[in-house]
Design a protein around this ligand. Structure first.
Ligand SMILES: Cc1ncc(CN)c(N)n1
Length: 219
């Protein structure tokens, strides 16, 4: 069993809650209140800025050029492709840069990114990957599950763009590279080292769930 298969097995009880979360189902069904999505978008934009900085720590900690390229490539994809989804919604939902700049991250958001950044600062490139993987991969699985459950959701006038972005082959290919790297780097890991990764991955998976809860509760 690979490291990532092991981590996904250990966190299955958390991930299963994503697919039936009211906020996620609201996107899938196209019934989510627009104002909730708007607030989520602002928080997620703030989240992505700090998430991107976690990759930047990966660049600083890399001990080879290919590793540096892996993290730097992710930074490019995040700030261009993924944030393009957000910029599109900023236009549609009339979110200004000033509104983003003057909005404070909600506590579950701040807590999540602070945890990720701490793991990255204190650990090695392996801890960087372990802390970003729930984020990167769960959105792929969630979006693909939406498409499986309700294929027409990709055409939704408001939520279709979000679903298409995260269910895309391009997004999946980038994730596959991260998964293969983590598996490769941890082949010889001891039980204690594996346990450390499991702790990080489970915490970030819980943080993902807390982020959905936060989005659902936001006014
Ligand atoms: C909170 C959160 N988690 C994951 C993703 C997908 N990168 C995101 N945009 N926001």
């Amino acid at each position: 069993m690979t490291t990532v298969e092991h981590l996904l097995g250990k966190s299955r009880h958390i991930w299963q809650q994503y697919y039936v979360h009211p906020f996620v189902l609201g996107i899938q069904e196209g019934t989510l209140e627009q104002e909730k999505f708007r607030q989520y978008m602002i928080q997620d934009y703030l989240y992505l800025v700090d998430y991107t900085k976690t990759f930047a720590i990966g660049v600083a900690k890399a001990n080879s050029i290919p590793t540096m390229q892996l993290f730097a490539g992710s930074i490019h994809t995040l700030t261009h492709t993924e944030m393009d989804i957000h910029r599109g919604y900023m236009g549609t939902l009339a979110i200004t840069q000033e509104e983003i700049d003057t909005t404070k991250p909600a506590l579950p958001n701040l807590s999540y990114t602070s945890y990720m950044l701490r793991q990255a600062y204190e650990g090695s490139v392996v801890e960087v990957l372990a802390s970003i993987l729930s984020c990167a991969y769960s959105y792929e699985v969630i979006a693909k599950t939406m498409v499986q459950n309700r294929p027409e959701c990709v055409d939704d006038a408001l939520y279709g763009s979000w679903i298409r972005g995260y269910a895309s082959d391009d997004y999946a290919e980038k994730n596959q590279v991260l998964i293969e790297m983590l598996n490769d780097w941890t082949k010889e890991y001891t039980e204690a080292q594996q346990q450390r990764l499991e702790d990080i991955f489970l915490a970030c998976s819980e943080y993902e769930l807390a982020f959905w809860d936060m989005a659902w509760m936001m006014k």
